[in-house]
Each structure stands twice: as C-alpha cells, then as structure tokens.
Design a protein around this ligand. Structure first.
Ligand SMILES: Cc1ncc(COP(=O)(O)O)c(C=O)c1O
Length: 396
C-alpha cells in the first residue's frame, strides 16, 4: 500500500479502534477483494453479512447505474412516489408473513432500530423496552441503550431510561415482560454474541408472552435477513412472526439502506399525534432501493438461501474435526468457529491476514472467528478457503 495513503487514512479519516486492518482495497468481485498490488483476499465477512449477492454483482451494478442516471435524491422520504422504493417494499411484503406489509425505509441498521423503538412506544403508549444481554443493535444513543455489552456502553450514560435486559434463551426471564412493556427487541439468532441460536421453542414462547401482555415483539433481522440463515428471513426459518422487523445490511445489496416493517395499522400511528412521528431526508434513497431490489431479485432467482445452507454445512463438515476447533455454532452461512482462547484468535487473525483470508471476531465473543462470506460463494471456493484456514489452524 502507498505509505502516504495509510498515513492520510490514520490522520484524516475518523478512527474506530487503535488497530484497524489497514488493508487497501482496489477492487472487489464475487467472494474476493484485491489490493492495489494484486494480493487477493477471500472475503469471509461480506462486510458483516452485507454482500450476500457477492461483490460487484452485475445485476446490482446495472440497477445502480440505471437508477443514478434516472434520478437520485429528489425529496425527503415519504412525499413522492419513487418506483424503486415502492417496488422494493412490495416485493419484501410478498415474501414476509401476513401482518407485515408496510416498510419504512431508512439509511442504516441503528436508525431502523430507533424507528422501531419509537413506533412501539407510540403505538402502545408504554415506555418500557426490553432487550437481551450480548445483543447488538447499533451505536446511536437509542440503539446503544438496548445493547447488551456493558463495557461498550457505560462511558456514554445516561442513555434511554426504562430499558430492561433479559438473558437470551432463558424461559424463566419471560415473566419480566409485563403490561408495562412497550416492546421486546430480539435478534432471532444473536450475531455479535458469537452466533447463538434460539433454544427450541424459545422464540415462540417470547411471541406468546408478548401477545399475552400486549407488548410488541421486534425482530432485529439486520444480520440474519436476506438468505443468511438458510431461509430468506430467520422469522420464516423459526416460524415466528414479530409485530415489527428491522432490516439493514444486505437490504441495500451493498448500498446503505435500513428499514423497519410492520402492519399498516401499527405503522400508521407515526402519521398523527404528532404528524411526522419519524422523518428522514435520505431514507429509502432511490439508488439504494434499486440496488436492494436487484439484489433481492437475484437472491430469489438463484435460491441463495438454499445455497447458504449447503455452503454453511460444507464449512462445518470440513472444519469441525480440526483439533484446534472446540465448537462450531452455525445458522445457514453464518458460522462462529470457537477456538476457546482469545490469544489463539488474535494469532489466527494475523495468520489469516498473511494468507489472504479476511475474517473477524464478534463484538461480544473474542474467542471465535466468523465465517459469513457472500452467499454466492462456490463449492470450490469453500474448499479452497478451508484449505487455507486449516493450514492456519495447524500453526496455532
Ligand atoms: C444485529 C444488528 N443490529 C443492528 C446493527 C447496526 O447496524 P448499522 O451498523 O447499520 O447501524 C448491526 C450491525 O452490525 C447488527 O449486527
């Protein structure tokens, strides 16, 4: 990498940690990205479950170019009839369970969470919000208030009041959901906790308890949506329908897009007392919606959820017998490969970087590495990346 660019990156681009990856990207295609020197990396992160249809997917690139040439931003969200937005919301509604028919488009995951929390408070007239330990929902004040990792949160208090955290998968904890509760926000599969799957019947029990006390159930499908879990959405995989669902990441097909979805009746409460209950300038940007629409179309046409399940199973089968692997937690093509010790994880991250593998750990789990490549990854690429991973594991 040009030294000067690295220096400018550190000096002039706001930083999130003292140790960024510092890999310069020149091009990304399919399951790979490339540095200006031509070094190839297997992308086993996919921008954290964003690039489900592969990098530079021609179908998406074409849609972006076409829409950018037709029109980009024209007016704040919610006033004009913009066909990419309308067509995309309609397609999503066709593939989500009955009762979810209205999509409010925003720019990011955190913003989708903000909108969903506000909608639940507005619709129920209640204030208590319940979420889960080790949950991640975004980094804005509201999203941070419902996030599970105290060490990331404490420096920013005071945050939103009336938030209660429960233990995920703890059936006894469900009694804390009461008639005071506006909403329960849950990731159907906890991503940043290190891929924690719901216990048998847990999401259904959560649904039942929310219905009993009149609290709205909100699913955060920001990481699980659009084929990642082996179904188009985790709510379809587990057969539980929330009152509100949040999307982002793969929603935009590689462009920034977020959204929350509900019934027309619930969503309608944002339009009065007061009007403009939630507003956004760029939410549902036409180019982002055109990209997302093309990506979802591609996911459906190529049955990428089924491919995700096949490829995920293959990774699990090819890696689970390695002596350094303690456990593999998997949902579709979202895998946490557990090494049991953070020192080993830091070491393997270094080896991966040298060997041309991009992986990552999880925000609340620094003993496991992530495998969540584009859902378009071929069987040959899975096998090739496993060979490299196993070579690195051998060196631990
Ligand atoms: C489950 C989940 N919810 C919300 C978010 C926040 O999304 P964004 O970074 O777009 O604000 C993330 C991001 O990693 C996430 O994984």
């Amino acid at each position: 990498m040009e030294k000067i660019l690295r220096k400018q990156f550190l000096e002039h681009v706001g930083q999130t940690s003292p140790s960024p990856l510092l890999i310069e990207v020149a091009k990304a295609k399919g399951s790979f990205f490339y540095t200006p020197e031509g070094k190839r990396y297997f992308d086993l992160v996919a921008g954290v479950s964003v690039s489900n249809v592969g990098h530079a997917n021609p179908h998406v690139v074409r849609a972006v170019k076409r829409q950018a040439a037709d029109y980009m931003h024209v007016m704040v969200y919610g006033e004009m009839v913009e066909s990419p937005q309308v067509r995309y919301a309609t397609l999503i509604a066709e593939h989500t369970p009955e009762g979810l028919d209205s999509v409010y488009f925003l720019n990011s995951g955190a913003e989708a969470i903000e909108g969903a929390l506000k909608l639940a408070k507005r619709y129920t007239g209640r204030s208590e919000m319940i979420s889960f330990r080790n949950a991640y929902h975004g980094s804005t004040h509201g999203a941070m208030s419902v996030m599970g990792g105290e060490e990331y949160v404490n420096a920013f208090r005071p945050l939103l009041p009336d938030v209660r955290k429960l233990n995920y998968n703890d059936f006894d904890d469900l009694q804390h959901i009461t008639r005071r509760t506006a909403c329960v926000l849950v990731e159907p599969v906890q991503g940043e906790a290190g891929v924690r799957l719901p216990a048998e019947g847990y999401l259904a029990a959560l649904r039942k308890r929310c219905t009993e006390v009149g609290a709205l159930l909100i699913f955060d499908e920001i990481q699980t949506g659009f084929g990642r879990t082996g179904e188009l959405f985790a709510m379809l995989k587990y057969g539980v329908t929330p009152d509100i669902v949040c999307f982002a990441k793969a929603l935009g097909g590689g462009m920034p897009l977020g959204g929350f979805m509900s019934s027309g009746k619930i969503m309608g409460s944002l339009t009065h007392n007061p009007v403009l209950g939630h507003i956004t300038t760029f939410g549902g940007h036409p180019v982002c919606c055109a990209a997302g629409l093309a990506a979802m179309d591609y996911i459906l046409k190529h049955n990428l959820p089924a491919a995700a399940e096949r490829r995920g199973r293959l990774y699990e089968r090819l890696l689970r017998d390695h002596p350094a692997v303690k456990e593999i937690r998997r949902c579709g093509l979202l895998l946490a490969v557990e090494l049991g010790e953070s020192e080993k994880l830091y070491r393997i991250m270094e080896l991966f970087k040298q060997e041309g593998i991009l992986s990552d750990w999880f925000l609340f789990c620094d003993t496991a590495f992530r495998i969540s490549p584009p859902l378009t990854i071929s069987e040959k690429e899975v096998r090739e990346s496993v060979e490299i991973i196993r070579r690195c594991l051998d060196r631990l």
